[in-house]
Write a protein that binds this ligand. Structure first.
Ligand code: APR
Length: 169
């Protein structure tokens, strides 16, 4: 089975086949990791996103990485936390599953994820990490093309929570 790792760092610096962007449904950029990725990839990324005319929560769209080291960027709008009874867990699981499906479709072997929805979108970190690691584990168990998936945490607390969640996945 492909390996899963948690590292702490800036996902815009990842040298991988694909990085995942925690986008919003407009796909036209924003703050947080979305803003960082758009700044690092350059203006061609915005131009490549316009034709999608947005993306529903839980789905994913793929563009080239442009000025990033990563070949591809997979954009997926995570759920906004609304208390937990608005299918947030299902939507978040779909973000990870659909992103990996697109990555495999493009022949990617290495994929880096940020901690989707746990920033501006307010998804509780422990709950999000459980959904993310369980979804990633189930996809990796059935994939013979993915070799490594990483969660790139921006801070030590996030890294620890995902490491602990992976132990339980
Ligand atoms: N590399 C890796 N992780 C990062 C980076 C980075 N350069 N910058 C921020 N993060 C982390 C945050 O610390 C958080 O742990 O990404 C995680 C997700 O936080 P957000 O970027 O706020 O994403 P999210 O909670 O999914 O909210 C999405 O925010 O930026 C807007 O346009 C975006 O509207 C969308 C919303």
């Amino acid at each position: 089975m492909a390996e899963f790792e948690v590292i702490q760092g800036d996902i815009t610096q990842s040298h991988v086949d694909a990085i995942v962007n925690a986008a919003n449904t407009t796909l036209l950029g924003g703050g947080g990791v979305d803003g960082a990725i758009h700044r690092a990839a350059g203006p061609e990324l915005f131009a490549a996103c316009v034709p999608f005319n947005g993306c529903p929560t839980g789905e994913a769209r793929i563009t080239p990485g442009f000025q990033l080291s990563a070949k591809w960027i997979i954009h997926t709008p995570g759920p906004v936390w609304q208390g937990g009874d608005h299918h947030e867990a299902a939507d978040l699981a779909s973000c990870y599953r659909e992103s990996l499906r697109l990555a495999v479709e493009k022949g990617c072997h290495t994929v880096d994820f940020p901690s989707i929805s746990t920033g501006v979108y307010g998804y509780p970190l422990n709950a999000a990490a459980t959904v993310a690691t369980q979804t990633i584990a189930s996809v990796l168990a059935q994939s013979d093309t993915l070799t490594r998936v990483r969660l790139v945490a921006f801070d030590p607390k996030t890294a620890k929570v995902y490491r602990d969640a992976w132990e339980q996945a």
